[in-house]
Design a protein around this ligand. Structure first.
Ligand SMILES: Nc1ncnc2c1ncn2[C@@H]1O[C@H](COP(=O)(O)OP(=O)(O)O)[C@@H](O)[C@H]1O
Ligand SMILES: [Mg+2]
Length: 301
């Protein structure tokens, strides 16, 4: 993948089926109902706010509801890969190779223990990627090209992914920019703690810059409050502040602080497999339905 050219959906359709030039666009569309998945970036430059936990468990909840989901691990720490039980030896092809153009996204994808949930793993190699591609003209579009290539492959072969969740690193670096450039919308996890809103305006400004310069269709899907503790006055105050600042962008569903959620990754399992009945699992299932609802509204708009 060394091409500098941007392949958009219409081009992809034409390549996928060169014989149907004469066919009307709606008919072509009908034959590939989900040629491009909805792509959501989980972003917040703060660490420890629940990006990875949400990528794993929202991904699992969406798959449980019947979506076909790909989680792309874009954090060199590889916590999403570990939390979904993908061992080191299964990470020979990783998002590093995808971003440097050495491999296609499809060849990095691994199945997980959850039916319909797949993962493109990361390794510490990703730490070096920024330097390696710094002078490439399409450096900010590497992931977008890879995701577009995936949709093109899907149109020809396998059942397509309907959702792609990108787990971003805790930084607004080139990796996060790649994620934002490849996404339809951004999902922002905010931890219910005193400094929750700190840094949010910087993130929103970055999203705006990416929209202006790289990806005009980028929107904010929503803000998800994580590690909520109803017995804690501070938690309740943070919820009130965030809701008054971000209004309807904040999901109704809040993810409670729940020890089962934090235990699950050490078993290489999403919490929904580890303990389906716990409050954390139930919250992620509700969040998944809320997100699907919101996606329908966004797509219809
Ligand atoms: N709802 C929750 N309840 C309890 N612990 C949580 C919850 N969500 C996340 N954690 C824990 O908080 C820590 C940070 O979460 P993580 O998802 O890794 O954040 P990030 O990816 O933003 O750095 C992890 O140890 C995780 O297990
Ligand atoms: Mg993380």
């Amino acid at each position: 993948m060394t091409s500098d050219t941007f392949v958009d959906e219409d081009d992809a359709a034409a390549v996928a089926d060169p014989a149907d030039d004469a066919e009307s666009a709606p008919r072509r569309e009908a034959r590939r109902p989900h040629a491009r998945p909805r792509v959501l970036a989980l972003a917040n430059q703060k660490g420890g706010v629940g990006k990875t936990t949400t990528a794993i468990n929202l991904g699992t909840a969406l798959a449980a509801i019947g979506e076909k989901v790909l989680v792309i691990d874009l954090d060199p720490q590889g916590n999403a890969s570990t939390g979904l039980g993908i061992e080191r030896k299964q990470r020979r092809v990783s998002t590093y190779h995808v971003l440097t153009g050495e491999a296609e996204l499809r060849s990095a994808i691994r199945e997980t223990a959850v039916p319909r949930l797949h993962l493109a793993p990361s390794t510490l190699d990703l730490l070096g990627v920024e330097l390696e591609i710094a002078s490439a003209r399409n450096r900010a579009h590497r992931l977008k090209l890879a995701v577009d290539g995936l949709a093109l492959g899907d149109a020809l072969r396998a059942e397509p992914f309907t959702y792609v969740l990108i787990d971003c690193p805790p930084s607004l670096n080139l990796l996060t920019i790649n994620a934002l450039a490849a996404s339809d919308s951004v999902l922002v996890p905010l931890q219910c703690e005193f400094f929750a809103l700190e840094g949010l305006s910087q993130l929103l400004k970055t999203v705006e810059q990416v929209r202006d310069n790289l990806n005009p269709r980028l929107t904010i899907q929503g803000v998800v409050l994580t590690m909520f503790d109803p017995r804690n006055n501070l938690s309740n105050q943070v919820v009130a502040d965030v809701r008054s600042f971000m209004g309807g962008k904040v999901y109704e569903t809040m993810i409670p602080r729940n020890v089962r959620v934090s235990e699950a990754p050490s078993y290489g399992k999403p919490v929904l497999l580890y303990d389906l009945k716990c409050s954390g699992s139930q919250a992620y299932l509700r969040l998944a339905s809320e997100i699907i609802q919101r996606e329908r509204t966004l797509v219809a708009a």
